[in-house]
Structure formats: C-alpha cells, structure tokens
Write a protein of this length. Structure first.
Length: 566
C-alpha cells in the first residue's frame, strides 16, 4: 500500500497539519508575546473585561457592561451574540490575560474551523481532498482580513462553527444528539448577522440530507437552549437605539465588484463606496477561485454524462457559493431593498464572503477527489503546499506593544469614556442620542462622582455605590438624578416601594423625587427583567432535560450491552 494512503500515516499528517497551520497562520497570535495588533473593532478587549466582570459578580448570563458610557451602564451583551465571549472571557476568568485570551480565542476559531471543514469534507471525499479543501477554507485572504484587519471575533467563530455543525448534522444520531445541538446552539449565538444566515443554511442542509426529523429537533432544542439570549434580544430591542441607527449605514455604499474578489489592494483601512476607494481587501484567493471553478466545471461535465450519484449536496454548496457572491454585488440591490429593514441590520454586503469561501472549499475538494488515483494524492499535497505559501503573507496585523494596547484599549478612561461611542447603537432609548454624542471627544466628558446627583449633596448619604447597586438616604428640596442610563432592568425603590420613573434628563438618567422633611431610602439595583428571567429558565430546563435524556440513553445502552453479555 502506498504510504500516503496508509491511515496511520494520515493521522500523523493531519496532526502535523494542525501544528503547521498554528505556526503559519497563528504566528502573529502568540499569547506569550508582548506584541498584539489593532483592528477595526478595537472594543473587543474592553467587552471581554466587562463580560468577565459580570461573571465575577455572579451576573449570569451577562447582559450589561456597567462601566461603559461614563459608568451609566450599557446593555451590549443583551444584544451582542455571546458565545465568543463565553470562550474568551472564560479564559480570562480562569487566569489568562485578556489579550492572551483574545489571541487564544482567534487560534481556537482557526483550529475548529479547519478541523470542522476537514471532517465535513472527509464525509464526502478522500483524505487529501478533504485536507486541501479545509486548508483552502482557512487560508483565504478574507479570513486574514476578518482577524487582522477587522478584528471580528464573532465572525471568526461563525466561520469556525458552521462546518462543524453541518458535519454533526450529517452524522447525527441519538448518541451524539447532545453534542450536535450544543454545537448548533453555539453557532446560532456566534454572530448577530451570520447566525441568522447560518440558521437558513442549516435548514437547507437538513433538507438535502437524511435524518430530517432528528435534525430539525436539533434546531428546536438549540433555539430553546439559546433562549436566554434570543428572546430578550428580540423582545427588548426597543430598549435601545439599534434599529434606528442601523439604517444610517447605507449598504449600497458597500457593494463589491467581482474583480475585487480576484484582486484588491491590501490595507488596514475601511470599506468605502465604489470599487477602488476601499482601504481593505476583499480577495478570497486566486488559487481558491481557479480550483473551485475547475471543480464546478468538472461537476457539470459529470452531470452531463449522468455520472453523478448525489445531485442535492453539490447543488447545496453551489447555491451557497454563487448566492453569497450575488449578495455582495449591486445586482442584488433589489433584494436588499425588498427585505428592508432586516437587511439594514446587515450593514455590509461583503459579510457574505465567509459563505462564499465555505462553498468554494467543497468544490476544491471535489476537484482533487476526482483526479486520477495514481497522482491524486501528490497533486493534493502540492496544492496544500502552494496554498500555504501563497496565503501566509496575509496573516499579520498592525503591530502594537502589549503595554501600549492596554493603555489605549483597557484603561479606565477608555472603558468609561470612549468605548460606548464605538458601539453607539446600544445606547438606551431613554437618552437623547444627539446630546450623548455631543460630549464625545470634548471637555464635557462626564466625571461621575457618586450614585446620584443632587443640588444639596449635604442631605444625601451614600450607603452603597457599586456599578450594579446604589443605595442612598436623601432629604432634598430638589429631586435626585440617578447616574444610570435607565431601562426596565434597573429597579428603583423609594422606602422599599417600587418607583418607575417617567422623567429623565438628556442622558436618560431618571429623575427621582424625594422628601425634603425626612430621609428617604433610595435603592437603584440592576436586575434582569421578567422576560430575561423567563428566557433564562427556558435555557436552564432545556439543558437539564437534554443532559437527562443523554444519561438515560447511555444507561439504556449499557443495560442492553450487559444483558447481551450475560
């Protein structure tokens, strides 16, 4: 037997490949280095810090960043897909430095994305074909853009979990049902935009595969498991200004020209109107494009010759590949306009390129798999080496020292005064957006001192002042102004009686009347809303039910095995 086809050697080759991709594509993500990189989304580290703070305070699941926006509280985690933060903040929580945790998070996403794509393709093709397809998926220049230019942790985890989810759905059974729905649930909470797209992809994939009933039940259980995030994110979207601000981004300014997928200048700036003004690249890989198109042409040839046994699976990947390319160009503008305001939330049509890269990987593997057997493995290894060599040059970012990064993006000043403006869509509706925005980058920045503001501070006794709870005793002629951006998750009581404010200042801070004769006890406490609590319980009971079912299945299987032995 040719040693290249020896399964023992193939295991060694796969392990060696994993080590190689970590070294080549992750060399600028060394968690033990003193150098990091800056990306478009500079807020990632601050978000991780706030997510970890919630974990430390027992606020599970985290929903609010209490230190953001001058310490007035910012409900970002109620609306921002949480799974990547469970991973990275979990690493931070157990002792890793925040920056190191971020780097490990990106590396894990690359490893899982490569491994998941390999196993998915391996379920259709030979070893080297699957390996080349997985490398093509990871090594696309657009993946380097997502990490080192955009710094988009969420999109990278959608990239990682999509092929792994489809693989588990393909081989799903009662024995692996739990891991299948856990992976699917993670995918559905990986990224605000790509997760809904992934749901549609998962449904379509189930329709072209077996075990439809079992796999549709996976979707149902996964959505129930994600209820803690999905239900409040949808029902409480009216608490913040996301819907009104999202439409201000003109998606028509960010359509691509097909030529940009082949070649566009490498840079670290942003997306701009037209095909030549962009400061970032949208290349998906010349070799990937040529190989994928060759694979499609060969597929068409085999279909014409009536040699295809399975038409549904190639058609599925064909629809994903060309459909996603279509959605990035102005040809699809009519569809974007028709689906408003949903498409307005997508903001950038080129987000679909991850799906394009995913679809291409299948046809690359398909081509390699259908080469003559005598030299298929050697060609696969050659493609493997060339793709690594051509793509490795893109996996780097704009370097910054670790100390400088922490001063810029993890300092108290940045977290309190700056970061919220980078994610302005989550400002609670109680605040006037223009007023709030007007104090950005000015000397008017708020210096919050104490839990409340009163014109007669001598009559206000501060008993507790933490980011999540404030207690004062007050006796003033003028009402108090509570230092929070009000939304229904803030519970206010006066002398142990609930107070629902109706008056606010321009920053959404509630105005609280108190007595000027006797001291009133005012408690301002962050608590999850009734809807959030219901969603939490749905998630909890779904998880308990799933684990109980798993234990029952294994217990039953053990009894059957024992009886057979006897």
């Amino acid at each position: 037997m040719n040693f290249l086809q020896n399964k023992k050697y193939q295991i060694y080759i796969f392990i060696f490949t994993l080590i190689l991709i970590i070294w080549i594509f992750g060399r600028n993500l060394n968690p033990f280095d003193v150098i990091f990189f800056t990306g478009h989304d500079e807020t990632q580290a601050a978000r991780v810090a706030e997510f970890t703070y919630n974990l430390e305070q027992g606020q599970i699941p985290p929903r609010i960043a209490p230190h953001f926006s001058y310490g007035l509280g910012y409900p970002i985690f109620n609306y921002y897909a949480p799974f990547p933060y469970w991973v990275v903040s979990g690493l931070d929580f157990i002792g890793f430095d925040i920056v190191a945790a971020l780097e490990i998070g990106y590396i894990l996403a690359m490893i899982i994305g490569f491994t998941g794509m390999y196993f998915l393709l391996r379920s259709y093709f030979s070893f080297y074909a699957a390996l080349v397809g997985a490398i093509a998926y990871l090594s696309s220049p657009y993946i380097a853009v997502d990490i080192f230019v955009r710094g988009n942790l969420g999109e990278m985890w959608a990239f990682a979990l999509l092929p792994l989810t489809l693989y588990f759905l393909k081989i799903n059974s009662k024995k692996i049902f739990v891991i299948t729905f856990l992976t699917t649930a993670a995918l559905f909470t990986s990224h605000n935009i790509l997760s809904p797209i992934s749901l549609a992809i998962v449904v379509l994939y189930i329709l072209v595969n077996k075990s439809k009933l079992l796999n549709f039940s996976v979707i149902g259980v996964a959505l129930l498991l994600d209820a803690y995030f999905l239900i409040p994110a949808i029902t409480e979207l009216g608490f913040v200004q996301a819907a009104s601000l999202a439409v201000e981004t003109k998606f028509t300014d960010h359509f691509l020209c097909l030529s940009q997928l082949w070649s566009s200048p490498w840079g670290f700036a942003g997306s701009a109107q037209g095909c030549s003004a962009d400061g970032m690249s949208f290349m998906i890989g010349k070799l990937q494009i040529l190989t994928a198109i060759s694979g499609i042409l060969f597929l068409v040839y085999r279909y014409y010759k009536k040699q295809l046994k399975d038409v549904k699976t190639p058609l599925f990947f064909l629809i994903l590949m060309f459909g996603s390319v279509f959605m990035t160009t102005s040809l699809s503008q009519f569809l974007w306009e028709w689906l408003k305001p949903i498409t307005a939330l997508f903001q950038f049509p080129w987000r679909f390129l991850i799906i394009t890269v995913f679809g291409m990987a299948f046809f690359i593997a398909y081509l390699i798999d259908n080469l003559p057997k005598d030299w298929r493995d050697y060609v696969g290894i050659l493609f493997f080496i060339v793709m690594l060599a051509m793509s490795q040059k893109f996996f780097y970012g704009q370097s910054i020292s670790l100390s400088e990064f922490k001063i810029k993006y993890l300092s108290e000043n940045y977290i309190k005064n700056t970061v919220a403006y980078k994610i302005a869509e989550y400002l609670p509706k109680s605040a006037d957006y223009k007023t709030w925005r007007s104090i950005e980058n000015t000397d008017q920045k708020l210096e919050i001192d104490g839990p409340v503001i009163s014109l007669e501070n001598q009559d206000v006794l501060i008993l507790q002042d933490t980011p999540l709870q404030k207690i004062v005793m007050a006796k003033t002629k003028n009402p108090l102004i509570a230092n929070i951006h009000y939304a229904p998750y803030w519970k206010i009581t006066i002398n142990q009686e609930e107070f629902i404010p109706t008056r606010f200042d321009s920053l959404g801070r509630p105005i609280i009347p108190v007595s000027n004769e006797t001291y009133d006890g005012v408690v301002i406490k962050y608590e999850q809303t009734d809807m959030e609590s219901i969603a939490n319980w749905i998630t909890f009971f779904t998880f308990i039910g799933a684990i109980s079912s798993l234990l029952f299945i294994y217990k039953l299987s053990w009894k059957i095995v024992t009886v057979k032995k006897i």
